[in-house]
Design a protein around this ligand. Structure first.
Ligand code: XUL
Ligand code: CO
Length: 450
């Protein structure tokens, strides 16, 4: 059997003092944290499109990545990629993967040829899954790269394009069934618009919902209904993307009554593009019981676009992991590295090193978030902050016993409110200890005024 990484063994946990670049310093799959193993807390997945397809091209220059899986034909390369992908997954001890239809198989000269190629490659993927026990977290259809999707897919002004998109979704669901994928993702791609001068916004959104409802029915028909996930993103490639952020997407889900079948797949870099933190998006989803899965990466706040960097910012990842712990985990979802190596990290080994960095950052983030949770650090702060709702007038408001008249009477008697300080700078300095210290001591909020 060909190996694409003959000199690298399985990446194992060696602890924080390890100097081996191909070892985990924080990710110890069997370590128990808050009653679950790290492996259970962190269902990592690798994204086919970045790891196997991305070649380093940017608008100013061509291919930089050195890859050893190119064969004599497109289909041979596609087959080699499957071998290499499963070697990467196995060596990194990653149990899940995600892909777009166009990532895995050549599109050929017709839809029929494309579908046939997909059958060949998914047979191979299934073999590798059976051999390794690695699972498909989600698949999706790429309905944005082909020229026909210039004006969107389900939201296209052209009904022929809607039909082509529907065919790809049907095939995607057949593949989800074949590979037993627990989730199916819809990222909006070009479901958005350039200008209202020629766009019927309400009609386009009705059509997106029509396609989603067809997907639900087809899943029922074939006896494989994955958890459907919408992945919000505010812009890029469209100027106005319909699924702007978690809140906008929840409004869409509720407007069309899709709550029972749809949750959100939230991506860190999409959150920051929308002007939010990642933890904000996770918290909004949580408040609707709709946190489905995450795309792990990070953006660059100095740049205005989707840079899809591997997540290495422990601060942000800690706060994201805290939201995930508060959610009781990700259920059927996982942590998909929708991340790509930088153009200058062009060697085969960089694919492993980048994932190791991301995985260790999440493991460290999990340990930090677990310590925050164990010591009730943030929950105590919130408990205290809303304390006025526990007794007296606050409690009476919550119990529905008050109205505008009774509250006016109360307010006229009590117009001398004294607000408690948030001491937020003190809180942030303690948070630094959770994030950057070795956790050897208890980090407790102390009363400021004795
Ligand atoms: C694009 C993006 C996609 C989705 C899947 O920004 O994140 O790769 O995750 O289509
Ligand atoms: Co994504």
């Amino acid at each position: 059997m060909t190996t694409y990484y003959p000199t690298v063994n399985k990446v194992e946990f060696e602890g924080r003092t390890s100097t081996n670049p191909f070892a985990y310093r924080y990710y110890n799959p069997d370590q128990v944290v808050l009653g679950k193993t790290m492996k259970e807390h962190l269902p990592f997945a690798i994204a086919y499109w970045h790891t196997m397809i991305q070649d380093g091209t940017d608008p100013f220059g061509g291919v930089t990545n050195k890859r050893t899986w190119f064969g004599n034909s497109e289909i041979e390369t596609a087959k080699n990629r499957v071998e290499a992908f499963f070697e990467i997954l196995s060596k990194l001890q990653v149990s899940y993967f995600c892909f777009h239809d166009v990532d895995i198989a050549p599109q050929g000269n017709s839809l029929e040829e494309f579908f046939n190629n997909l059958d060949v490659i998914t047979d191979l993927i299934k073999e590798k899954m059976d051999e390794t026990g690695i699972k498909c977290l989600w698949n999706t259809a790429n309905m944005f790269s082909h020229a026909r999707f210039n004006n969107g897919a389900a939201s296209s002004n052209n009904a022929e394009v809607f039909a082509l998109a529907a065919a790809q979704v049907k095939k995607g669901l057949d593949i989800a069934k074949k590979l037993n994928a627990e989730n199916y993702v819809f990222w909006g791609g070009r479901e958005g618009y350039e200008t209202l001068l020629n766009t019927d916004l309400a009609f386009e959104q009705d059509n997106i919902a029509r396609l989603f409802k067809m997907a639900i029915s087809y899943g029922e028909e074939i006896g494989h209904k994955p958890q459907f996930l919408i992945e919000p993103k505010p812009k890029e490639p469209s100027k106005h993307q319909y699924d702007f952020d978690a809140a906008t997407t929840m409004a869409f889900i509720q407007k069309y009554g899709l709550e029972g079948d749809f949750k959100l797949n939230l991506e860190a870099n999409h959150a920051t593009l929308a002007g939010h933190t990642f933890e904000h998006e996770l918290c909004v989803a949580r408040s609707y019981n709709a946190l489905g899965s995450i795309d792990a990466n990070q953006g660059d706040l100095l740049l205005g676009w989707d840079t899809d960097e591997f997540p290495t910012n422990v601060y942000d990842v800690t706060l994201a992991m805290y939201e995930i712990l508060e959610n009781g985990g990700l259920g059927k979802g996982g942590i998909n590295f929708d991340s790509k190596v930088r153009r200058s990290s062009h060697e085969m080994e960089d694919l492993l090193l980048a994932h190791i960095a991301g995985i260790d950052t999440f493991a460290r983030g999990l340990l930090n978030a677990a310590k925050i949770k164990e010591e009730s650090f943030l929950s105590d702060i919130k408990e205290e902050r809303y304390a006025t709702y526990k007794t007296g007038i606050g409690r009476s408001i919550l119990e529905g016993k008050e109205d505008l008249k009774s509250l006016t009477e109360y307010a006229l008697e009590h117009d001398d409110v004294e607000l408690a300080s948030s001491h937020i700078e003190y809180v942030k300095s303690l948070l630094n200890d959770y994030i950057y210290s070795d956790h050897s001591n208890t980090i407790k909020v102390q009363p400021i005024r004795k």
